[in-house]
Design a protein around this ligand. Structure first.
Ligand SMILES: NC(=O)c1ccc[n+]([C@@H]2O[C@H](COP(=O)([O-])OP(=O)(O)OC[C@H]3O[C@@H](n4cnc5c(N)ncnc54)[C@H](OP(=O)(O)O)[C@@H]3O)[C@@H](O)[C@H]2O)c1
Length: 326
């Protein structure tokens, strides 16, 4: 799989990233890692590498730390692997009960950013992360504290580059204004069924359009500044590619039919078309895949064989929005 130089970095990453949220045996709080989970993680990593995927996305909360812990075991079993991959993780979400008696909250404090990152490195058994993202906006954030935490982590050699997730333009710019180095990524929910980033562009100046909040200027800013746009839930959890159709809206069902038609015409799986819709965007959107299954990873990789025409792209967009362009 082609590797591209990530702007604002010296990292060469595959056009698809392997998300690790599904590793470690789910969201149960107290649970030991089993042999089955270790085997699943090893097979997942091997399948990704086999396809040429060298970019792995974590967060400290996935499976309450077990996703990173089991990935750390795989790294331990495969000498030299750490140097061949790009490792990204996230901090900033804290579960209720961490520590005992506290509510679920967001925490971009200096102490939490630094201590949560130290815990990630320990679980993964690595000396550094390539990229650390701030996971979900903390209302009480202080950009000076974030900048201090990033500086300490960088000078200690624990994190090479920093980014954010789920943040709008104003907050990104505010945090960036205090940093000596450019932010390198913003990870956002983007897919055919979650298309606010595209809707905001075509609906501007359309009084009755129900203009979606939050996206205005974010893509343009990110493209100008070299902030990589990463798409989480790029497959809408299988909604358009063979997953459970029962809860889908009529619009989503019709979109799935068009996705399948384009897939059949090209002889590729539906996953390839749903992802190709994101890949066709000139911003270089980087899908963060959520599957843990080697066969689905392979289906996703076929998206790189597909270049949608402008007409196909807009037909899919029109189907997903359920009405013609303004
Ligand atoms: N920054 C954030 O706030 C944020 C939030 C959520 C996720 N993420 C990241 O983004 C990654 C992807 O997110 P996601 O998991 O929501 O993405 P996704 O790729 O849209 O969905 C993957 C999930 O859907 C299931 N799935 C896929 N195709 C299916 C099908 N045809 N039938 C049934 N089930 C199907 C997968 O199960 P199988 O494993 O069985 O294939 C997996 O659980 C995560 O791993 C994580 O790294 C980030």
């Amino acid at each position: 799989m082609e590797k591209v130089l990530m702007r604002n970095t010296d990292l060469r990453v595959s056009r698809l990233c392997a998300g690790c949220m599904g590793l470690g045996g789910g969201w149960e709080m107290e649970k030991a890692l089993s042999g089955a989970e270790e085997r699943q993680a090893r097979e997942f990593v091997e399948a990704a590498l086999e396809l040429g995927i060298n970019f792995f996305d974590h967060a400290n909360i996935y499976a309450h730390g077990r996703a990173e812990a089991v990935f750390g075991k795989v790294l331990g079993q495969m000498p030299g692997l750490r140097d061949r991959i790009v490792l990204q993780s996230k901090v900033g979400i804290r579960w209720a009960g961490d520590p005992s008696g506290t509510p679920q909250r967001f925490d971009f404090s200096y102490e939490n950013i630094v201590s949560a990152t130290d815990a990630i490195l320990k679980r993964l058994g690595v000396e550094y992360l390539d990229i650390l993202l701030l996971h979900r906006p903390d209302v009480l954030y202080e950009p000076e504290e974030i900048a201090r935490a990033f500086a300490v982590l960088k000078s200690a050699g624990k994190v090479r580059y920093f980014g954010v997730s789920n943040q709008g333009r104003a907050m990104v710019e505010h945090i960036q204004s205090l940093l000596p180095d450019p932010l390198v990524a913003n990870q956002l929910q983007m897919s055919l069924l979650h298309h606010g980033f595209a809707e905001s562009v075509i609906s501007f100046n359309q009084a009755s359009a129900g203009y979606p909040d939050g996206w205005e200027g974010l893509f343009e800013y990110s493209r100008m500044k070299g902030v990589s746009l990463q798409a989480w839930s790029p497959l809408d959890r299988g909604a358009l590619s063979g997953g459970d159709q029962a809860k889908l809206s009529e619009t989503a069902r019709k979109t799935a039919v068009l996705v399948k038609r384009y897939a059949d015409e090209r002889g590729v799986p539906s996953e390839a078309i749903a992802l190709a819709w994101l890949l066709r965007h000139p911003a270089g959107i980087l899908p963060v895949l959520g599957t843990t299954r080697p066969d689905r990873l392979a289906a996703c990789a076929r998206s790189l064989e597909v270049t949608l025409s402008r007409e196909e792209w807009y037909s899919l967009f029109e189907a997903a929005r359920g009405r013609p362009m303004p």
